[in-house]
Design a protein around this ligand. Sequence first.
Ligand SMILES: [Zn+2]
Length: 82
Amino acid sequence: MRVTALSLDVGMAKWIRPLSGARQWHVPASDRDFFVANALCGEAFTTALETTSDDEKSARDGHCPTCEQILASKSVAGSPGR
Ligand SMILES: [Zn+2]
């Protein structure tokens, strides 16, 4: 488990969740927001975050269904064109 403060680089993490009791893991929406981390589903985290890149670990606690849906549609629709 890796616990960091708000200054974490969410670009390093595949999954994030607030430390304050939530079990569900969200997908970070941006790797540029260092101080305000947002999830793809629109959830904005203003408290310290727990991060992981471990799909199996995050799957055990559950993934935010909205985040997963957006992630899936992004990887399908987001055609780079090259
Ligand atoms: Zn979410």
